[in-house]
Design a protein around this ligand. Structure first.
Ligand SMILES: [Mg+2]
Length: 289
């Protein structure tokens, strides 16, 4: 058993993988939210939002294997099958959803590498975005919890967080079943986890989602969810060129979204916010309510 899994299994009676396997992830999520000790919550994506690198991409690059038939790394073929509408995988043309991409990419990695090695590699090669740790700490001091929602896998995300001093950050993720060595998806949605549904569920359970932070089109679901709440929250898009920023330009009211590059640098938005960090914006937003 992986060391992180062993520790969590001991500490957490609800044990996320068991519940996810049984299709009872909502019970786990409810317990997670109840343990926050506050009703105010900011949801954050991990890959390329809180994490400087996409963890799966980092692993793919670290453990790249060339496909003998096509002479290109196999992970690039998987990515094409997911991002570019389809590709030939082992002789068969396939178009993959985000969740299927996750499953096939990890299956390929785990055929050649142990999960312990992947966990150690991610911990050593996926840094946090500058300022993220202070961002989390500052919000906590204000009674605001930060909860991660990632389309990645739990063991890898936990390794990155633990390595960077945020091992106690609660989050929802897909899961690597360590007996079968395969990825178990939380639900049937495209990324294996419906981010918008998690934001809406939090609201239904009496919490106040204040903001969501993400980088990709896959985060648009939680952005839409937070904007459509009776008390709408904020959307923060990381990166000028990112898919979520494009979505915000098209669909979000201009006063409800901002651009973040790093958590230790001022956000990019209207002139009146030019000297504010992401945490300042959230505090100011709450102060003005
Ligand atoms: Mg992301």
């Amino acid at each position: 058993m992986n060391a992180i899994t062993a520790r969590i299994k001991k500490a957490d009676p609800l044990f996320v993988p068991h519940l996810i396997r049984c299709g009872e992830w909502e019970a786990y999520y409810e317990g997670l939210l109840a343990s926050l000790g506050t009703s105010r919550v900011v949801f954050v994506d991990f890959d390329l939002t809180a994490f400087e690198r996409d963890a799966l991409r980092a692993l793919n690059e670290g453990y790249s294997q060339i496909d003998s038939r096509f002479g290109v790394p196999r992970w690039r073929i998987f990515e094409r099958a997911y991002l570019e509408g389809g590709a030939k995988i082992d002789g068969e043309f396939r178009s993959l959803s985000g969740g299927e991409h996750l499953q096939i990419a990890y299956a390929d990695l785990l055929r050649r590498t142990s999960l312990d090695d992947l966990v150690a590699y991610a911990a050593g090669n996926v840094p946090l975005v500058p300022g993220f740790k202070d961002f989390v700490r500052r919000l906590r001091r204000q009674g605001i919890a930060v909860v991660g929602i990632t389309h990645g896998v739990w063991q890898i995300a936990q390794a990155v967080l633990s390595e960077n001093g945020l091992g106690d950050l609660p989050f929802m993720a897909n899961w690597i079943d360590e007996e079968k060595m395969e990825v178990v998806l939380v639900d049937e949605s495209d990324g294996g986890l419906d981010k918008g549904r998690l934001v809406r569920l939090a609201h239904q359970l009496g919490l106040r989602p204040i903001a969501v932070i993400g980088d990709s089109k896959g985060d648009a679901g939680m952005a839409r969810a937070v904007l459509e709440l009776p008390e709408p929250g904020l959307v923060m898009a990381r990166g000028q060129q990112c898919g979520l920023a494009a979505w915000c330009r098209a669909y979000a009211p201009s006063q409800r979204w901002i651009l973040v590059e790093r958590f230790d640098r001022p956000v990019k938005a209207g002139v009146d916010r030019a000297d504010l960090l992401a945490a300042d914006v959230i505090e100011q937003f709450l102060g003005g309510q």
